[in-house]
Design a protein. Structure first.
Length: 528
């Protein structure tokens, strides 16, 4: 965009900064479309949520640790010599913990959220220990739809985004399993939505302020007008702290989204005619952003350890008492020194994690679904669990919807060009989530990692697809016939994604199906 023209009023400047204002009907369906997708997606996620009634995959860690947090404020070891604690826990006997603290390698936010469901519905309820995952999985459908609305101001694309997330198998399976990664996705997406709201509000303020000042005054100013307190940015900081408090990989979202929001501010100051717009954006917006977002995120992260701080017997809680402070650590309270030592041990674990695992995968294969993680499998024979064939299968695979994952793989290059050559901020926003959630894993080529981590960035894969669908849909100024064909193609693409989800539904939900039907769905050897 070129700088503000002389005499341009606030309305015209708002349009340059925020795009044309959508019509009332479009605004209504920008809510109704994603809401309907959320309701339908939520029904799918909550129906038979407690099936199978047993600890699935890494639920064996997080579900029990969540209940330990509820009971003691920190995680405790399983009783020494106790046999089959999973079976006892599933049968409604949660008294499986000893008195020794457990060294766990992930912060507590996701486990607190799982524990809240256990507290509400009972620790013996598999519905309860998956409840929070289903809630955030359902809410994220609406959140992504509204994020797409703010980006495109198009109800069709907003509804497409919400629907594609609702029928993505990877997201669906995580929404029905008591693991942590869906919470990383949720809090990162919440921060992204808050930053989009901050972008709109800040640009509206800048447009009004620049119009009041006039182009000459803006051009003569050093940094341009101020933007006031950025409340939505503070909300984003809180969400990013909770994301970091779920898994440390949330720190990458903090870094990338921080750069993204400041880049948006730099572009806004350029548009309103600030002469040294890059310096102005860095000084007026970037430095204050760093000085507010990072401390709030860090303090939020520390607050998530409240149960550990309040305990006297959490893992390494009393470490500082027997280890005198050295160097700069002398200025830290003993509790923080103990937590720092705990974190150093956790970091060493993460960096050094190297073991053979059948379902590990290299991150390059994630977006093409090269090795989806198996969450659950049983092989009943005729007469068992309702099996009517000679051999049956009960299976849960975190296999993504190929119209999302393969579509995003094909569309990535298009979106990169839209960002670099077309200077389309929406393409850059979609790429930011992928950069934060996916690219850092390439640094850990020797570490054992799994494709189920990729649920953290699936909303932004959907946005990549939606960016491409937006090109297909066309502009409002295109001929009606062109628009009709574009709408038909977009709707067909989304309906095909829905149909593919329906086809794979049995292997997302551990339905008992004949082995031959299971083979019809698991197309490649590397999927089994």
């Amino acid at each position: 965009m070129s700088p503000v023209d002389a005499g341009e009023d606030a309305g015209a400047l708002r349009e340059r900064l925020l795009g044309p204002a959508p019509g009332r009907r479009e605004v209504r369906w920008g809510w109704w479309g994603p809401l309907i997708a959320m309701v339908l997606g939520g029904i799918l996620r909550f129906v038979h949520l407690g099936h199978p009634h047993q600890l699935v995959f890494d639920e064996t860690y997080y579900v029990k640790q969540a209940w330990s947090l509820i009971q003691f404020g920190h995680e405790r070891h399983i009783k020494e010599g106790l046999e089959e604690p999973d079976a006892l826990f599933t049968a409604g006997n949660p008294d499986v913990f000893g008195t020794a603290p457990d060294m766990v390698v992930h912060p507590p936010v996701g486990k607190w959220m799982i524990g809240a469901g256990e507290w509400l519905f009972g620790v013996d309820s598999s519905f309860g220990w998956r409840f929070a995952c289903a809630v955030v999985g359902t809410l994220s459908i609406l959140m992504l739809g509204r994020a797409a609305w703010r980006m495109f101001h198009n109800a069709t694309l907003a509804t497409a985004a919400a629907t594609l997330l609702a029928v993505d198998g990877h997201h669906f399976v995580h929404s029905r399993t008591g693991l942590l990664d869906v919470f990383v996705m949720f809090w990162a997406l919440a921060a992204f939505c808050a930053l989009l709201a901050d972008r709109d509000r800040t640009r509206a303020r800048l447009a009004d302020a620049a119009a009041r000042m006039g182009p000459a005054a803006v051009a003569a100013s050093r940094f341009g007008p101020g933007t006031g307190i950025r409340w939505w940015r503070l909300v984003a900081a809180l969400c990013l702290g909770l994301c970091l408090g779920t898994k440390w990989s949330g720190g990458y979202f903090l870094a990338v989204f921080g750069l993204m929001t400041v880049w948006w501010d730099i572009g806004a100051r350029r548009t309103i005619g600030v002469p040294r717009w890059f310096r102005a954006g860095v000084v007026r917006d970037g430095i204050p952003a760093f000085l507010t977002v990072v401390p709030i995120a860090v303090l939020t992260y520390l607050a998530t350890w409240a149960g550990w701080f309040a305990s006297t017997d959490g893992y390494k809680r009393q470490w500082a008492a027997s280890h005198p402070a050295e160097g700069l650590t002398r200025f830290l309270p003993d509790a923080l020194r103990s937590l720092l030592s705990y974190h150093q041990e956790v970091l060493a674990f993460h960096v050094g994690l190297q073991n053979e695992h059948k379902w590990s995968s290299n991150p390059w294969s994630w977006i093409i679904q090269g090795r989806p993680t198996l969450f659950f499998a049983e092989w009943p024979s005729r007469g068992q669990d309702g099996c009517t064939a000679n051999e049956c299968v009960k299976y849960i695979a975190s296999l993504g919807n190929l119209f999302v994952w393969w579509g995003a793989t094909a569309g990535l290059l298009v979106v990169v060009f839209l960002w670099l050559l077309g200077r389309d901020w929406r393409a850059g926003a979609a790429l930011a989530g992928i950069a934060a959630g996916w690219l850092p894993w390439f640094l850990y080529q020797t570490r054992t990692i799994y494709s189920f981590y990729a649920v953290a960035f699936v909303p932004w894969l959907v946005l990549v697809v939606v960016c491409c669908l937006g090109l297909v849909l066309g502009r409002d100024s295109d001929p009606p016939a062109r628009r009709r064909w574009g709408m038909a193609i977009v709707c067909t693409y989304v309906l095909l994604a829905v149909a593919l989800f329906a086809w794979y539904y049995p292997v997302y939900t551990a339905e008992v199906i004949p082995r031959t039907q299971w083979q019809w769905r698991l197309w490649f050897d590397f999927w089994t």
